[in-house]
Ligand binder design. Sequence first.
Ligand code: LIP
Length: 271
Amino acid sequence: METDLYKLAEAVKTVAMEAGSLLRRERQTFDRGCVEQKAAHDYVSYVDKASERLIVTRLHDLLPEAGFVTEEGTGVFGGEEYCWVVDPLDGTSNYIHDNAPYCVSIALRDRTEVLLGVVYECCRDELFWACKGGKAFLNGKEIHVSDVSVLDQAFIELGFPYKAGDYREFALQLIRSLYGHVGGLRLMGAAAAELCYIAAGRFEARIEAFIGPWDIAAGHIILKQAGGRMTDFSGNPDPLDAREVFASNGRVHEEILQLLKTHKGLLGQGL
Ligand code: LIP
């Protein structure tokens, strides 16, 4: 790629904020009667689709040779060397119910790794971004994961995927094992933003399985460039297929990983 990664990131930040403005604007007159179900409790609205159309159009103008992997299927991936990975509205259920957080998540990857990531969380007007090998930023200020290394002080984000039948037993065991033994548990419903919260030192870990690659691609590089770590529930690094996603500040990773290894047999197939 001839384009300078940092120049491209600046342009992608503008695209993410333009899409974020669309989300906020449409939220003022949002019609819940126009929400569709992709699967049980997995919702999509005309706003998700409008945001994705805008983002795909802008990103194609920036890098015409790149393919797309997008949550709502607007773009296509035909094996191109570069690929945009886009969630046009992460936190859809929050958005539908006028709750926070909800965000735009845009990442660019090549065939082996994520090269840049931008997450714009609309409710707090927070723009997170990072490029491969660089620092991570929130609204222009460098961010780092926390130095919390004691589980009893760790604040942990949980995600409950739509595939409840495959995840329920694992989730209940996770709560039994953690609740009362960590600093706190939170369930916020927007993976992309929550990965950035670990990068910013607000939380120490996040655990979820059976989500989409668009939920985590941008947060993955922002977290790693902020000093964090992401593995699957067996400890394998960089699970960009998002089947099992365990993210942390690195310092509490091994202790929680033992717990995940012990109970991952409770997971269904997530098909
Ligand atoms: C959401 C994720 C969240 C998960 C939800 C949903 P969406 O993404 O961010 O972590 O628990 O089930 O997948 O659907 O709002 O883009």
